[in-house]
Ligand binder design. Structure first.
Ligand code: ZN
Length: 293
């Protein structure tokens, strides 16, 4: 069985870089965990796939957080990824249903709405850099390309796609990024534009139909030679634990904990992965002691 992977490489004799990623299982895991509607799965899936592409240039324990703050019915999309290929995320309203667009595609732009895109990078020295741009379309890929150009001065071409079947399961998801590197010639830009112009099917269909990333690259790049620098596996992964959620209960303070103890138990739900954590009366009493200290 093929697994979700991210490949990084170069082309045009090192004058451009590319990142290709398959996220079919990652997005299906998010869909099942959050009970996402098709358009919510497409929006979050594109965001998580784009996050993995942005995270591909990070090192060590650095991470990137993508926040799509739109006024559409999803009421916001959040995704966090790291250099290990781990990604997690959520939308505020997972059950949003919208009519398909006239071309038969899921209407992600309407679900997202108008607003802003914020990208935060947490670096190894503990510093966090945040760039914010207005959403240009709400289709996610165009918004990320706009962010990379206006906030980081990097021209890019990006494809992000999620294919949702009638039974709601995710049949294919993936992404592709190309960027000219310093030293690229004017004609190189034309070659990169032609690559996307000749594409007959969407990236989500390629992810669904290809047996691996090499086959996806074959469809994307045609006869153009390319070099692979790195391959890594990617997947849905959350950093939550009962200890971490216990810490947030402690931070509520002693009085709040007293109320929960009198209720007899408490349940905490992680936004990012929808995992439910049950705290017994005894658990809460231990936390109350910590809050008192
Ligand atoms: Zn979690």
């Amino acid at each position: 069985m093929q697994q979700d992977e991210l490949w990084i490489g170069t082309m045009l004799e090192g004058r451009a870089r590319w990142v290709a990623v398959r996220t079919t299982d990652t997005v299906e895991e998010a869909r099942k965990r959050h009970g996402l509607s098709p358009v919510a799965a497409a929006a979050l899936g594109r965001a998580m796939t784009g996050t993995l592409i942005l995270a591909s240039s990070l090192k060590g324990d650095e991470s990137v957080t993508l926040r799509i703050l739109g006024d559409g019915p999803l009421q916001g999309v959040v995704s966090v990824g790291n250099a290990l290929g781990e990604v997690r995320g959520y939308v505020r309203e997972p059950w949003v249903e919208l009519p398909l667009k006239p071309n038969g595609k899921l209407d992600v732009a309407t679900a997202v709405g108008a607003g802003e895109l914020a990208v935060s990078r947490s670096l190894q020295n503990g510093e966090v850099y945040t760039g914010m741009v207005p959403l240009v379309s709400g289709e996610v890929a165009e918004d990320l390309v706009h962010y990379l150009l206006s906030s980081e001065q990097i021209p890019s071409a990006m494809l992000l796609g999620v294919l949702v079947e009638k039974d709601y399961h995710v049949a294919g998801a993936g992404g592709f990024l190309m960027q000219p590197l310093p030293g690229a010639k004017d004609e190189d830009i034309q070659v990169l534009e032609d690559v996307l112009g000749q594409l007959k099917v969407g990236i989500s269909e390629l992810a669904a139909e290809s047996r691996g990333i090499d086959e996806m690259l074959g469809h994307l790049l045609g006869e153009l030679p390319y070099q692979v620098l790195e391959r890594r596996s990617v997947g849905f992964s959350c950093t939550c634990s009962k200890d971490r959620l216990g810490d947030s209960l402690v931070s509520l303070g002693r009085e709040e904990l007293e109320d929960l103890i009198s209720d007899g138990k408490a349940e905490m739900i992680c936004h990012f992965c929808n995992e439910h954590y049950l705290f017994s009366k005894e658990d809460l009493e231990v936390l109350r002691e910590r809050a008192e200290r």
